[in-house]
Write a protein that binds this ligand. Sequence first.
Ligand code: SF4
Length: 157
Amino acid sequence: MLLLDEPVSALDVSVRAEVMNLLAHLRAELGLAQVFISHDMGMVRQISDRVAVMYFGRIVEEGGWRDVLADPLHPYTVGLRAAVPVPDPTIDQPLTPTVVGEVPDPVRPPTGCPFHPRCPHAEDVCRADLPPLDEVRPGHRAACHVAARTERSEAVR
Ligand code: SF4
């Protein structure tokens, strides 16, 4: 297994493409598993079979890349996806940040869900209880009280 921590983030585009091709070759020829850590959602989409999104040291969402990136469950993933620039001048993208506020102080972590001070959907339960990373849809897990409840209520309709 190869653990790759931001392996192409500081490279120019042509070298980046060479490294990505090399990684694809290693996967195909040697069957190597690769854990690819990145802030670049486009790169994650290009290379991944499964995606895990981390916030404040915990996995908050995990699943197949299509599920996580095309239809995210966790509000943090929703904000990350909305922040990816779209290279199309005809599309009106918001200029304001999609996730406001700062990452909490690890010395004084918030109670309950660590994302609640920044989450537009936070409720009382979020401020009290840490949400477990549960399978909310088949093969798609999220650590969010509201996402889990919303999916459950849609499933019984
Ligand atoms: S558990 Fe609550 S605060 Fe945390 S991400 Fe979900 S809705 Fe937001």
